[in-house]
Design a protein around this ligand. Sequence first.
Ligand SMILES: Cc1ncc(COP(=O)(O)O)c(C=O)c1O
Length: 471
Amino acid sequence: MDTALPPVRPGIGVEEARIDALLRQERERYAASHPRSAELHARGRRAFLYGTPLHWMQLWPGDFPVYMAEASGARLRDVDGHDYVDLCLGDSGSMFGHSHPAIAAAVAAQAARGVTAMLPSETGLWVAEELQRRFALPYWQLATSATDANRFAIRLARMVTGRDKVLVFQGNYHGSVDETQVEFGPDGRMQPRTNVHPNGMDHQRTTRLVEFNDIDALERELAHGDVACVLTEPLMTNVGMVPSTPEYHVALRAATRRHGALLIIDETHTISTGPGGCTRAWNLEPDIFVLGKAIAGGIPCAVYGVTADLARRVWEVKPPVAQGGERRFIHSGFGGTLVGNQLSLAAVRATLEQVMTEANYAHMTELAGRLARHVEAEVARHRLPWHVTHIGARAEYMFTARPPRNGSQAKLGRHGALESLMHLYLLNRGVLITPFHNMVLVCPQATADDVDRHNRVFSECLDALCAEGLQ
Ligand SMILES: Cc1ncc(COP(=O)(O)O)c(C=O)c1O
C-alpha cells in the first residue's frame, strides 16, 4: 500500500465547510475583478425581463454573469479585459470554435447577397445532399433551433402513428419542448418538472418517462401501445454525462420497432463524438435524426432527417384540407418564416464542408483525452471518489466514483456548491467551462497549451480543496 497517499475519501471526498469557505473566497475574487460585468448586469436587470437576454445566463456561478466583449476560436475576452480559454463554447453552439474563419467568411459573403426570401437555393440543396451522404438518411428538413427540430420530429411521429405520447428519459433535455418537461417525483411517479411551469400541459396524456439504460422499464411503458416516439440522446449529456452501450441501443431499437414507436435520436450535443455523431460511429438506426446548435457554427439553425419509410408514411397522411392542389399538399404546423434562410444555409455549408472534418475531430478528441487523462490522474492522486467521462471532444468530471447508469443516479451525484466552486475557481484563473455542470468541450482551434491551462488550474483547485485545515 502506498502510505504517501491520503485515504480514499468517502461521499464526495471533500469537506463541506472547505467548499463553502473556498466558494466565498472565489465569489469575492470574482466580484472584485469583474466590475464592468457587474455594472452592465445591474443595467440588464432593469431592461431584461429575467435580468439577462436568456434567463439561463443568470445561472453562471457568481452573483452576475460575465459580459463578453469578443471571442475567436478557443478564446473569449470579457468586458473587464480578462482572456479565457473557452471550454464551454456556448454550451455546444460554438463547438467548432468562435467565428471560425471559414464560417465567418461564408456568412459575411452571404449577408451582402440576400438573407431571407422564403425561396430555396442551390446552397440549401448542397446542404441536403451532404446531410444525406453523411448521415445516411434520404430526406431532410430545416428548423431554426434544435428545440424546434425536436418539436417538428414529434409532430411527424404523432402524424404517422396516430398516437399521442412521447417517451423520454429521466434527466433528459431536448430544448424547451413542453412534453419533455417531466421528472420522477418522490413517490416515483411522473410529475411536471419542479422548475418549469406546467403551462396547462397534461403530461399524463402526452408523455411517458423511463430511466435511461433500463430496457425492462422501456418495454413496460412501450407495451401500452400509445407511444408515438422515443426521443433520446445517444448518451445523456444534460444531467451530467450518462454513458450508454451499443448493446443498449440494439435493445432500444428492437423494442421501439416491436411496439410500433418511432425512434428520434437527438445528436445536438453528441455530434462532438465524430463527424457522423454516435449514429454513424455506433451504427444507430433512428427513424428521425436531429441536429442543432453547432451545425451552423452558432448561427441559429437545425436540421432533421428521416428514413425513406417514414417519408413514405408522412406522404400518405393527408391533411384535412389540401393546400396547393392535389399533388402538392403540405402539412402546416412546422413553422418558421426564417427557416432555411440563406445566412444559416451558407453557415451550414461552410461548417459541413470545411470544419466538421475527420482531421478536426481527431485533434479535438486528442485534446479532450489529454484533459480527461489529467483529471483522472489528479483525482486518483487525491484519492477522490470522482470519475471523468470522455467521448470525442467532450468530457465531464462528476463527484461519484462511477459513471451514473441513469438520470436519477446522475442527479444524486450532483453537488451545487462544489460545481459552483470549480466553475468559479477556473473562471477566476482564465478558464470557462459549462455553467450547469462540469462539462468541457474542445474546439478545433484549441491547443495543448489551452488544455494545459485548464489542467494546471484544475490541479490547484484540487490541492486547495484537499489541503489539511481550513484556510
Ligand atoms: C440534446 C439537446 N437537444 C436540444 C437542445 C435545444 O437546443 P436549442 O436550445 O438550441 O434549441 C439542447 C440544448 O441544450 C440539447 O442539449
